[in-house]
Ligand binder design. Sequence first.
Ligand code: SF4
Length: 499
Amino acid sequence: MSKIMPPAHPCDTSYLRDCDDGDKLKEECGIFGVVGVADASNFVALGLHALQHRGQEAGGIVSHDAEHGFQSARRFGYVRDNFTSQAVMETLPGPLAIGHVRYSTAGSKGQTAIRDVQPFFGEFAMGGAAIAHNGNITNANALRRELIERGSIFQSSSDSECIIHLMARSLQRNIPERMEDALRRVEGAFSVVAMTRTKLIGVRDPLGVRPLVLGRIGDGWVLSSETCALDIIGAEFIREIEPGEMVVATAGNPVESHFPFRRQKSRFCIFEHVYFSRPDSILGGRSVYETREAIGRELAKESPVDADIVCPVPDSGTPAAIGYSLQSGIPYAMGIIRNQYMGRTFIEPTEQIRNMGVRLKLNVNRALIRGKRVILVDDSVVRGTTSRKIKEMILDAGAAEVHFRIASPPTAWPCFYGVDTPKREKLLAATMSEDEMRAHLQVDSLKFISLDGLYRAVGEVKGRDPKQPQYCDACFSGEYPVIPADQINDGFQMKPAAE
Ligand code: SF4
């Protein structure tokens, strides 16, 4: 077993994206696991800290060692506030641990109970197992009904708990095989990190909608939602787990790989490139930062406009704004400054403070803006509420013109694969044309990158293949790669085939 010690826990959370005023799609969960290092839970805490942008509501860690068996700690709030004290971390000993950070996408959304916080644990005849799930099971309601009718007793309202109950019902002899059995019944998007007493297991759904990567640390192995969390613990990035692949890792041994599902073409979430993943992560062999800069360049080619400065809506619009500036030759400027120390908790207490909204988090650099024709680059428009407030702030500061350029196509459809989206009728693009949105936001111009432009920016030189799209882009196109069965049963109407 490696004796690598974890680095000091950093507390810089400046990348946390709290400046959205409830007007961004919210990525859901981050997962992380380590086998083969002393005090694996410390590494998991650091990994979860680096994945905090994927979920800030709650987090949990499960560890195992021979003397204490499985141990777990699940808490509400940030990793840095819960998993840095010696007292907590000493309760999570051992060379094997997994963890999860959560922003609820299923279960008791917005009023999470601690029982909904992952990882989940199950005791089976052949030993215990813990699992952490990123994604959303689109047939969870049907599975849950069936399992309850057959005697399962659910502890949580989370769709992910179905996996544990399906494993309990499997007749396979070992835990990885039971997990394969269980996941064959599951529809939707899932990246899973799981552990037994000795094994670290990682699985991606057959379409590979959500990310999962493999890293190496000493003689041990790491699984993580994103590569940025490998960097923080000094692990080497080995490769992405392939769509439909299950890997089983033990300390000091090569990783075993299986493909338990019918092989299908990948449909990775294209929004991970636009917004969800951290810009210092690598996705599909490409730097997320470089992809976002390429999106900005495409946007400048598709939608040029005469202006004096290009400003990002910080922080997520920054790389695309740099790309737009480089392509157009219009100077890049920090016209909006973000308060790096604005936390979520501060905006909770009073309605008066809450009403100050976006001004608490973003401020206009007046000296720079006054009299200028400003191009504002943002990653997306969801409800449009934040875009409208930012436009007002820019005009208040004396801007001559405001032109919005958006680094994603209009978000007109909800995501059912592990991303929190408002109901369809709340999405601005679901009810308005681009011109109507421009009028609603009262800006001089508004342009979104085209779907083809976005595909080119992520490396598909010929753009989107309409017969067999290379990515999941359902929130833009309305073409869902997995039928959202539960949602259809609840009244959701898919886009008609001919539309
Ligand atoms: S619907 Fe959108 S956000 Fe959801 S997985 Fe597909 S591309 Fe990603």
